[in-house]
Design a protein around this ligand. Structure first.
Ligand code: NAD
Length: 267
């Protein structure tokens, strides 16, 4: 049977690949047959991910890259050119976070978060898009957005949520701009997933102990997500199975965005 989800002979660039959701996706892409360029600021995590990619029988280029630095992003893609000669898939994953009340947020903290969460996603998409346009064989660009960019979370998520909303609109705009080149542009919108950063936040003594119960009230499937939960949706969007899917914001959220604020899954 034809495997519509195969990524055999595809080159995928995954940013944020040293940890969490991007790491799980990079390994999932390798298991589907792609060769990888893995980018992050954490060398140890990158090598760990590369080991898993190679164990799946695929190639892994390890690229130290801070996506908030446009020159470093350019170098990352030049490295991909040298190693593979093309890029078929880009997965935008990293984030930076400042938990601040909007009235207290400094401009410096605002700029730092936007530089990673939004500008870094754009510069990577631009570098990948230019190459895909020049090659004329299309491609798939996937960004990790968030439920936080679709509805408001409060609790000092302000700049993060605003950046994620920007990622969602960038997804729609690029999907329209680049459709004629066969480039599909989509976003995944996770709810709270138990990745290292979320685990650290949940375990922080300063975090409200009632929070998990509160979060679960908003998730009809009544559990937090795991990194593995995002792998299938990412492979789908990267693959030919999603050949006519572009500009979509796909929640991976156990039903969170479907639930009205006045609704409930416990009764
Ligand atoms: N975990 C969740 O609950 C959740 C929910 C919604 C959205 N998201 C989104 O999913 C994505 C991944 O989150 P995660 O929970 O897996 O995080 P994580 O902390 O496990 O991984 C993030 C990775 O990004 C890297 N990184 C940070 N700044 C970077 C930079 N400037 N350049 C390159 N790499 C950098 C980190 O080193 C780390 O390896 C983020 O975009 C996040 O906003 C996560």
């Amino acid at each position: 049977m034809r495997n519509r989800f195969s990524l055999v002979d595809k080159i995928a660039v995954v940013t944020g690949a040293a940890s969490g959701l991007s790491q799980a996706i990079a390994i999932g892409f390798a298991e589907a047959g792609a060769d990888l360029a893995l980018a992050d600021i954490n060398p140890d995590g990158l090598h760990e991910t590369a080991k898993s990619v190679r164990a799946a029988g695929q190639k892994a280029e390890v690229c130290l890259c801070d996506i908030s630095d446009a020159a470093a992003v350019e170098q990352l893609f030049e490295r991909v050119d040298d190693a593979y000669g093309r890029v078929d898939i880009l997965l935008n994953g990293p984030f930076a976070f400042n938990r601040e009340k909007p009235e207290e947020l400094t401009l410096e903290d605002w700029n730092d978060a936007i530089a990673v969460c939004l500008t870094g996603f754009f510069t990577c998409a631009q570098q990948a898009g230019r190459r895909m346009i020049e090659r004329g064989m299309g491609g798939s660009i996937i960004s990790i957005g968030s439920i936080a960019g679709a509805t408001a979370l409060g609790r000092g998520n302000f700049v993060y949520s605003v950046a994620k909303a920007g990622v969602h609109q960038m997804t729609r705009e690029l999907a329209v701009e680049w459709a004629g080149h066969g480039i599909r542009v989509n976003a995944l919108l996770p709810a709270q997933m138990r990745t290292p950063s979320v685990a650290r936040w949940l375990e922080d003594p300063a975090t409200d102990k009632e929070l998990v119960a509160h979060l679960l009230k908003g998730i009809p499937m009544n559990r937090l997500g795991e990194a593995e939960d995002i792998v299938g949706p990412a492979v789908f969007l990267a693959s030919d199975a999603a050949a006519f899917v572009s500009g979509t914001l796909l929640p991976v959220d156990g039903g969170n965005l479907a639930l009205n604020a006045g609704g409930s899954h416990t009764w």
